[in-house]
Design a protein around this ligand. Structure first.
Ligand code: ATP
Ligand code: MG
Ligand code: FE
Length: 351
């Protein structure tokens, strides 16, 4: 079964072709970073308009790359939420129009289910059940996963998402949006012993997160450096980036370990943009090895938004018989726990 995946929930247009027998055949991504950079964040209307411009050219590109024609496609999966409503509508409208024209089913996919299943695109795949750490620009969640569509939220951020915290800290250091990769680069040259940032909520029981206090602490440290005789130096920026990254990483690792113990599981799956962070990957791997647990994550290009994860997630559900009905629409807010498990989806309770 050859599935076309379209991702347009935010500021990247992702298109991919996934074959349930042969795997990922081709994928293409256009990031709108340069369009939004001067505004310091994503401008929804500009995002929608650019998805309109880019989706079809990217579709032609992946078809050519895969050596396929539109007639080979058996279904179209698109991101139906959560995300920016206008951006989602572009992908949904296009996907449903293409599917209608080709006479194949369409299916709206949950963006975070896409992220969560992205590690399944790798050669070595995690087996259910596992604990998933979803760390992206809009979400920080620990989820117990017993199968596709069998999700139980164990904990989440009470304020900023981890990626959002990276982006805000980056802004304080004068770095462009999205700031995560820029912070990571500065942090490599930072001295981890210079500042000791607080590890939010690690001493409290439970699996929730909070990153707003860390944000304030970062701002205060930046301001203290600015007021010093030398001002905010390049080394200050590196040291602050490092201290910030260490604090986020330590917090995430402690909660992951706690979640695995609580659920009596030994497999952790990490996904979402922040899971591309090399310090986080290495620290988590070391910490979990001590517990005889393993961690799986996507290739760096599939940590942030992409079409491949949507094609993959959609393919699993389409294969199980789930399709859009006439009532299907985009859902800018959409709790992942509302998704039907695959078995039920197969009996027609889709969408
Ligand atoms: P959501 O998936 O919750 O709707 P999103 O789609 O905007 O949000 P992603 O595309 O998954 O989020 O991830 C983008 C986020 O990942 C940004 O906040 C970015 O700063 C962060 N990020 C990307 N690479 C890194 C990195 N190497 N280290 C830390 N953060 C990173
Ligand atoms: Mg993005
Ligand atoms: Fe995302």
């Amino acid at each position: 079964m050859l599935i076309l995946g379209l991702e347009t929930s935010c500021d990247e247009t992702g298109v991919a072709l996934y074959d349930t027998d042969r795997g990922l055949l081709a994928h293409a991504l256009f990031s709108q970073v340069d369009i939004h950079v001067e505004y310091g964040g994503v401008v929804p209307e500009l995002a929608s308009r650019d998805h309109v411009r880019k989706t079809l050219p990217l579709l032609e590109q992946v078809l050519a790359e895969a050596g396929c024609s539109a007639a080979d496609i058996d279904g179209v999966a698109y991101t139906a939420g959560p995300g920016l409503v206008g951006a989602l509508m572009v992908g949904a409208t296009l996907a449903r129009a293409l599917a209608w024209g080709w006479g194949v089913p369409a299916l709206g996919v949950h963006h975070m289910e896409g992220h969560l299943l992205a590690p399944m695109l790798e050669a070595e795949r995690p087996e259910f059940p596992f604990v998933a750490l979803l760390v992206s620009g809009g979400h920080t969640q620990l989820v117990r996963v017993d199968g596709i569509g069998q999700y139980r939220l164990l904990g989440e951020s009470l304020d900023d998402a981890a990626g959002e915290a990276f982006d805000k800290a980056a802004k304080m250091l004068g770095l462009p949006y999205p700031g995560g990769p820029h912070i990571a680069r500065l942090a490599e040259r930072g001295d981890p012993a210079r500042f000791d940032f607080p590890r939010p909520m690690v001493n409290r029981p439970g699996l929730d997160f909070s990153f707003s206090g860390l944000k304030t602490y970062t701002l205060n440290t930046v301001n203290d450096c600015r007021e010093a005789a030398a001002g905010l130096t390049e080394q200050d920026r590196c040291d602050i980036a490092r201290a910030f990254e260490e604090a986020v990483v330590a917090t995430l690792v402690i909660k992951c370990r706690r979640a695995l113990r609580q659920e009596h599981l030994d497999t952790l799956v990490m996904a979402g943009g922040v899971s591309a962070n090399r310090n986080l990957r290495a620290t988590l791997e070391r910490a979990l090895a001590k517990e005889h647990a393993r961690v799986f994550y996507p290739a760096p290009e599939f940590c942030t938004d992409n079409g491949a994860m949507i094609a993959y997630a959609g393919a699993q559900r389409l294969l199980a018989g789930q399709v859009d009905d006439e009532e299907s629409r985009v859902r800018p807010r959409w709790p992942m726990a509302e998704l039907p498990p695959l078995s039920r989806a197969a009996h027609g309770a889709g969408g």
